[in-house]
Write a protein that binds this ligand. Sequence first.
Ligand code: PEP
Ligand code: MN
Length: 668
Amino acid sequence: MDEVDKIRSEINLVDERILEALANRRKLAEQIIQAKEVAGSPIRDFSREERLLADLIAKGRGQGLDAHLVTRVFHEIIDDSIRSQQLHLLDYGKTGPNRVAFQGIEGAYSELAGRKHFAPYLDQTVFTGVDTLEQVVNSVEDGDVDYGLLPVETTTAGSINEVYDLLSVAQLSIVGEEVLRVEHCLLAIDDVPLANIRQIYSHPQALAECMKFVAKLPNCQAMPYADSAMAVKKVRDGQDLNAAAIASEEAGKLYGLKVLRRNIEDQQNNFTRFLILARKPSAVDLRIPCKTSLIMATSHEEGSLLRALSLLHEYKINLTKLESRPIPGMPFQYIFYIDFEGNTAEARIGEAIEKLRSATTSLKVLGSYPAQHRAKTSPRVEILASGAPETGAEAPEQPAGKKEKIGYKLASRDHKPDDTIIAVRGVRIGGPGFVVIAGPCAVESREQIHKCARYVRECGGQVLRGGCFKPRTSPYSFQGLGFEGLQMLAEAGREYDLPIVTEVLSPADVEPVARYADILQIGARNMQNFSLLSEAGRSNRPVLLKRGMMSTMDEFLNAAEYILDRGNHQVILCERGIRTFETATRNTLDLGSIPILKRLTHLPILVDPSHAAGKRELVIPLALAAHAVGPHGLIVEMHPEPEKALSDGPQALHFSEFADLMRRIYQS
Ligand code: PEP
Ligand code: MN
């Protein structure tokens, strides 16, 4: 046996031990739910989960494991435990046989969703494909099957109207939901070059989700077909080398087609939500977080919808969806579909529904069912940051300022007294929290940005930065890797579960950059580029607007006003130093602007000590000073090898310095 084989067999043994440990853990989850039933305890205890994670992270670190790895692995393990505890409390599906109808043929996305949903009971579940969504409903109503699966919304197209119309007349209850990540493949009978493809068959929905990909293929026609798996079968039966289908990889395997390209969907996060329908509602244990769906109509009078919705507000019910559909035969009158968090078996929800009956002209409760989304407990940033080496620091109290004259409206506290909090993939910027955005000045290579992302995550940084389009003083300096760099940045962000921010230089780039970036940055040099501000104002991505190096606060807030006025209310301001007569620093960090801006505006405010300092050794002192004046966070440049950086190397922190900064910020 050579060395590689020897090590591999050791790895195999370790993997087996991991499996054994997982199986043991699952058995304990089954035991604990019974003990919890006796004790009447809830399934989840978030503070225990947080303590557990903190403890595991500390122990993992002691053994040289990343906090991110430990968090990711235990998120899955904890989620599995919650899922099996919830399954224990649920009745439906358990006492098979389960007959399930879906639209399409074997390999269709609906069938995949069904398999995922009934995964614990697959041996007693039979799936039947039917031609139309209406037939799915009919076969449940007629008792031919026990459950029906209907796709109800997709992340690209939004609601599927036909399903809402069917739900309004069907005599059925919703007993479950399932969310499927839809990853489309281009499939053909052989490994042909993409340029040879002339026809692409698929369900219109799948074609719409890959519209940009299809449009790029020369002389290629999109051919709508009843279902994606049927399209695969059609391509297989046709044996035409110029034809392809868009469907799941599973459908390709099932019908023997080759994958020409994977993940061809235009949006990276492409999900479809399905509902599971049955003839009777299914009671759900109160310990399982539920959603409830209902359909209602309100009288055709002013304020009637508002009255109904305020009732929900009165009972502190959190709406997750509100959809309107025209009532057939009654022009400009609508019925409303509502999803909210809660279970009709709860007294509070029951009461709210009773009151809602008198505030509506019709009301149909479609059912309460376990919510598919299970929140993940995150380790507190203090826990992550405290992994860095020892030293100390303290921060003074915030100074107060005085009111100035204003030349803007929407950005002002008069317009909106409360702090704006911008939520980006679970990270909240603004309000009481403090976030750190970090990363290199510019994305230089896949390896460089992955290293940065991993380290940012490890130290508790919440957002990853990296310039792909660089505004450089000299045209001969490195200009950034453009869209290629953006792909690398997005990939690193996904890998380490960090939202990403990157600068956009021209109005034409706003839309394509926004497809990948979670936050768009408008740099100091472009703070008064009004066409860029307007275009960013039309985007639905948050905008990180940096203060121009020659700008007053009034000009700064008016620049933000451009974005707000065009409809984008998610603006984050960033003080990054201004140009003064002083040359000892790259710019002069105007820390006085922070308390002043905080009084003038509700928008979140960050400080960038890196571009202000221009020199690495000044970054930590300035960052600590900035932290003391009360901004909502920092944006800092760091690099695995600052000496070799292609831009702004002299101001980039080494990783160890970044760790030190994080520990000092979150310890103070
Ligand atoms: C940057 O953040 O990389 C940048 C170019 O910043 P500024 O626009 O503040 O100079
Ligand atoms: Mn820079």
